[in-house]
Design a binder for this molecule. Structure first.
Ligand SMILES: Nc1ncnc2c1ncn2[C@@H]1O[C@H](COP(=O)(O)OP(=O)(O)O)[C@@H](O)[C@H]1O
Ligand SMILES: [Mg+2]
Length: 302
């Protein structure tokens, strides 16, 4: 059987199916693979009835059934999606779920529509998939704990992103307006425009336009630092130009705080990504000491 499309979740799954998914989610705080026996005990149903429902959920790829020294089940990302999307539908955030519009390194990006007919973005965080680098990066900010499930990592990542977007948006920084976060999903406004890395050189008429863009990016970086944040993965891949060609910074889960020990190193890296982009794309000459001056400026803010 094919995995369900998101719309199918709500047509093909019964309340009972969703209850089982929720129970597995709850018990996954305790078990990597949740024993069927425990699910049955939790819901006061026979193991046989639970097993039958688990088989259906596995056919739809919402869970994996695994045999340890006991028989058990674990949610897949698809199962986690189903729970989060259901919650967002019930809260009234989502009226319709639209198509996928992009898959980033560590997320799937989907359109959704609210009850006013307005489109917005659902960013579904997916950490700990078969991407060693992604896992390593996420582990860095979840210090100490040695084993963390990909679902939990993804939820933490979404929580971090939502916090950064909320703080920065409220302070007037140019970031997408966050709407709500549930589990590993962040809902936010769409930035109409295009990613900076896709912008063609000839879309800029004059040197002055290029310089304006550069200054606007630096200005926004300063505003971010003033709020105590450093993006941590800033480059032409995480900046979009809106309809007014004004830069909007997105993709925040890896931010660091300006008080962090690594702050200066990471800010320097963000800054050099931007300087390199302008050098390569627009052959902009940036005097050597400009980047030093900028860093000094950032430090004086702290
Ligand atoms: N709010 C948004 N509005 C419009 N497009 C977006 C928005 N957020 C993300 N995107 C698109 O999705 C892509 C991936 O998003 P991003 O947050 O960078 O995810 P990842 O962490 O996977 O890199 C971006 O390059 C951008 O094109
Ligand atoms: Mg990105």
């Amino acid at each position: 059987m094919m995995p369900l499309s998101v719309a199918d979740f709500f047509l093909k799954l019964t309340q009972f199916d969703f209850r089982i998914l929720s129970v597995i989610e709850v018990l996954m705080a305790k078990y990597e693979i949740v024993p069927t026996e425990e699910i049955a005990a939790y819901l006061h149903y026979s193991e046989k009835k639970i097993q039958k429902a688990l088989n259906k959920l596995q056919q739809y790829k919402l869970i994996l059934i695994a045999q340890r020294h006991y028989l058990g089940a674990a949610l897949t990302f698809l199962g986690y999606d189903a729970l989060a999307l259901k919650a967002l539908v019930e809260k009234g955030t989502i009226a319709q779920i639209g198509p996928e519009v992009g898959a980033g390194k560590e997320s799937d990006i989907r359109l959704a529509i609210d009850d006013q007919g307005c489109e917005f973005i659902l960013k579904m965080h997916r950490l700990g998939k078969l991407d060693f680098r992604a896992t390593k990066r996420a582990r860095a900010f979840i210090a100490e704990k040695s084993h963390i499930s990909p679902l939990y990592e993804s939820r933490l990542s979404a929580e971090r992103e939502f916090k950064a977007l909320s703080d920065l948006f409220n302070a007037g920084v140019s970031v997408p307006q966050p709407i709500i976060q549930n589990r590993h999903i962040v809902a936010m406004h769409i930035i109409i425009g295009q990613d900076l890395y896709r912008v063609k050189k000839n879309e800029f008429q004059t040197e002055k336009d290029i310089l304006t863009l550069f200054n606007n990016i630096i200005h926004e970086m300063q505003s971010v630092v003033r709020q105590g944040y450093i993006h941590g993965d800033l480059s032409e891949y995480n900046i979009r130009l809106n309809e007014d060609n004004y830069p909007v910074f997105f993709d925040w889960p890896q931010y660091v705080e300006t008080e962090s020990k690594q702050a200066r190193r990471i800010l320097t890296r963000d800054l050099s990504n931007i300087l390199n982009y302008f050098r390569k794309k627009f052959q902009m000459t940036i005097q050597k000491n400009v980047s030093e001056l900028l860093l000094q400026y950032f430090e004086n803010l702290e």
